[in-house]
Design a protein around this ligand. Structure first.
Ligand SMILES: Cc1cc2nc3c(=O)[nH]c(=O)nc-3n(C[C@H](O)[C@H](O)[C@H](O)COP(=O)(O)OP(=O)(O)OC[C@H]3O[C@@H](n4cnc5c(N)ncnc54)[C@H](O)[C@@H]3O)c2cc1C
Length: 493
């Protein structure tokens, strides 16, 4: 008889993977079904990467509660999972005396939400903290931090897999039946059976809920575009710099964020759109970002962006309703079907508290037994670029493949590419290598290293050209013979 899982999590974004990791602490058979070819195929790969403190969220909301809890545990979480974390602090800038009232409102909400360390600084102190920033005063939040959203998602998933969770990629859920006390979940490549479903499908959570009869949920996609500025400008700021939030308060507005990798992130915009897949970037969006960012950091170069991208917020309130709802997490109609609807910002910050909340809901209907040998530690992969010259030399002496540089922009070695390829989740795409090893992510965006990576896949890993995919099935990098066929002596396809 086909296996029946105790829990199926639909969606391998940061929240689905956090839930999977939390569930892996118990003796359960858990599976994660993901329509993409890797984790982080939705909002979790394209956001600001900010570990929010919790002063932007409505007092007494679930968002505020989980954000404050998430902020408090984030550093320890990143330590356990080998994920970068930097407590840069954040400044919300008042550009006029009117804005100062808004800073006071934010501070008041923050204090009520239990955010620690907030203060309002005057122009002189602001200049000392961030000399390039223009403003008359600022709200300073020392506990706001930055992380890598995709490395965190990968780490959650890897740690869950280490502890027994199964991941099924390229498995888009298309229908759900319930019979004899368990669900039959239809997806590409067949079906999966489970006693309980956690619907963590982000922008598609309303569609998944609709499969078992919920008709009252609706997701309103809201796109946020970003521009990434080359890391040689990273000296321009040390903290995150935000405008006071726009009047409608449904988003935080364009901000300037240092990233853990070095480049400066500008954005996001906010546009309600119809197509949940439309992650395009637009000239008006990019112009708006540059213009708004320069109002607070005038020296910001407009010409030195290395890429632009966008992410889609899964809002549960429409533009007409003001766009700002609280998280909906409920098993209203069916105790064994938990829906997470509208998990927009601060979903990254709140991912572990959200996961603990869902686990508690599960414990009310399924007996959970602690797994004695759960291992919370997922070791950080070695990053050559982060080591001193002496450490690099020692590493290369032990393993010469660390001495072969594949990505010149980010200083990624061949050994790191091979380690990324051998990930525990079994992801073999170019995009999977990009997010794990940082190849194709630097200034040239893959211009130099893509050919070298293809050569590794061909020569070291014996892949045929037609097996090399960017991400989802059908995204083949090659469709036929290419020039390398005539210039090297590798086995022909
Ligand atoms: C522009 C922007 C900026 C943000 N900034 C921040 C920030 O700085 N800090 C912060 O804390 N939060 C931030 N957020 C919020 C945060 O990114 C999200 O709350 C979080 O990523 C949501 O994670 P998720 O797992 O719920 O959704 P997702 O990451 O979208 O994951 C859902 C997954 O479900 C899969 N899926 C969908 N349909 C199906 C199906 N039928 N079958 C199988 N799988 C399916 C998708 O492929 C996807 O991988 C931001 C969000 C956006 C968009």
């Amino acid at each position: 008889m086909k296996e029946i899982f105790n829990v199926a999590v639909i969606g391998a974004g940061v929240v689905g993977c956090a839930i999977a990791r939390e569930l892996s602490k118990y003796n359960l058979k858990t599976v994660v079904l993901e329509k993409g070819s890797d984790v982080c195929s939705g909002a979790s790969k394209a956001n600001s990467g900010v570990v929010h403190a919790g002063f932007n969220n409505k007092v007494n909301s679930l968002k505020a509660k989980f954000c404050v809890q998430g902020n408090e545990i984030f550093e320890q979480l990143c330590r356990e999972l080998g994920v970068p974390y930097k407590k840069t602090g954040k400044l919300v800038i008042a550009q006029s005396d009117d804005d100062i009232k808004e800073l006071e409102n934010l501070m008041d909400a923050g204090l009520k939400n239990g955010v620690k360390g907030l203060s309002i600084v005057d122009r002189k102190s602001l200049k000392l903290m961030e000399p390039g920033v223009e403003g008359v005063a600022a709200l300073y939040s020392p506990n706001s931090a930055i992380t890598s959203p995709y490395l965190l998602t990968i780490a959650y998933a890897e740690n869950a897999a280490m502890n027994g969770v199964k991941f099924k990629f390229n498995s888009e859920v298309t229908g759900i039946d319930e019979k004899n006390g368990y669900f039959k979940i239809y997806h590409n490549g067949g079906y999966t059976q489970a006693e309980l479903i956690v619907n963590s499908a982000g922008c598609y959570a309303d569609k998944i809920a609709g499969m078992i009869g919920y008709t009252d949920y609706r997701i309103y996609p809201c796109r946020g575009e970003y521009v990434l500025v080359d890391k040689r400008w990273s000296h321009l700021l040390t903290r995150m710099i935000y405008h006071v939030p726009p009047k409608d308060k449904s988003v935080l507005g364009v901000h300037i964020t240092p990233t853990v990798e070095g480049p400066i992130l500008l954005g996001p915009t906010a546009d309600f759109i119809d197509d949940r897949e439309d992650t395009s970037t637009t000239m008006p969006g990019i112009n708006q970002i540059i213009e708004e960012a320069r109002k607070i950091l005038p020296s910001l170069p407009a010409h030195d962006s290395i890429t632009a991208f966008s992410g889609i917020r899964a809002k549960n309130k429409s533009k007409e309703e003001g766009g700002l709802g609280d998280y909906i997490i409920e098993n209203r109609k069916h105790s064994h079907f938990i829906n997470l609807i509208g998990i927009e910002s601060p979903g990254l910050t709140a991912s572990t508290p959200l996961a603990k909340h869902v686990t508690k809901m599960i414990s009310e209907v399924v007996k959970l037994n602690i797994k004695e040998d759960f291992n919370p530690i997922r070791p950080a992969p070695i990053r050559l670029a982060e080591l001193s010259h002496e450490q690099r030399a020692e590493l290369i002496r032990r393993e010469p493949l660390y001495g072969e540089i594949i990505c010149r922009c980010e200083h990624v070695s061949k050994k790191e590419v091979l380690d990324a390829y051998n990930n525990i989740l079994g992801v073999k795409t170019l995009s999977g290598l990009k997010y794990r090893a940082r190849v194709m992510m630097g200034r040239c965006q893959g211009g130099f290293c893509t050919a070298k990576i293809v050569s590794i896949l061909r020569n070291d890993l014996k892949k045929s050209y037609t097996e090399i995919q960017l991400k989802n099935p059908g995204s083949n990098l090659f469709t036929g013979k290419v020039r390398e066929e005539d210039t090297d002596n590798v086995k022909r396809d």
